[in-house]
Design a protein around this ligand. Structure first.
Ligand code: GDP
Length: 195
């Protein structure tokens, strides 16, 4: 899989916009501002492919990035932004429902959380959404550069306990800023894309 061969494909707002070419899809979800765009950019070696610092809540669409004509990275809309109207929240829920219900080719899910914070109720809901699909799933614990080494084990344990993660779900310490964890995430992705 050549991660340099990436092109923006489309921004979906409804089921009919989702790709239907059966390529594997690697989905990324996370609370607004957790660093989802930065994480995707880091994995793709791009500065600004996924848009960093998008106004939270303003982007209720799903972006599909086609990689090497072999897979998609799926940028799911961020959640948990307080100042979002009920209407926008409903739109978010409907689009996510459609994505998870579509008979698609979700191959693997990643949920990005902030390593500094106890996951929120929204994070727990998102985790359950992924677990219900039964696809391979991992947590990316982002912003590793913001904590001390001595806090690492405790932070990972808080994430694991709060999200009620099954043993087999990895929690990967990651820094979109510095690059930590990138190789581990890419290895997991490659493991689940059959070329
Ligand atoms: P998104 O809303 O989840 O897509 O989050 P963004 O990628 O736009 O990032 C939100 C903010 O967090 C930006 O100011 C980023 O520069 C910052 N950020 C993202 N990842 C990291 C990280 O690993 N470490 C640090 N220190 N900041 C980060």
């Amino acid at each position: 899989l050549n991660l340099h061969l990436v092109e923006f494909v489309r921004s979906a707002v409804k089921t009919a916009d989702f790709p239907n070419d059966n390529l594997p899809q690697i989905a990324f979800a996370g609370k607004s501002n957790v660093g989802k765009s930065s994480t995707i950019n880091r994995l793709l070696n791009r500065k600004n492919f996924a848009r960093v610092g998008n106004a939270p809540g303003k982007t209720i669409h799903i972006n599909f990035f086609e990689i090497d004509k072999k897979a998609y990275f799926v940028d799911l809309p961020g959640y948990g932004y307080a100042k979002v109207s009920k209407k926008e929240r409903d739109r978010w829920g409907k689009l996510m429902d459609e994505y998870f219900a579509s008979d698609d080719t979700l191959t693997m899910g990643f949920q990005i959380v902030d390593i500094r914070h106890k996951p929120t109720a929204d994070d727990v809901t998102m985790t359950n959404w992924f677990l219900q699909t039964g696809v391979p799933f991992a947590i990316i614990a982002n912003k590793l550069d913001k904590i001390k080494k001595s806090q690492l084990e405790g932070s990972l344990q808080t994430i694991r306990t709060t999200l009620h993660l099954p043993e087999n779900v990895p929690v990967i310490p990651f820094s979109a800023e510095k690059g930590n964890g990138k190789d581990e995430v890419l290895a997991l992705i490659l493991e689940h894309i059959h070329e």
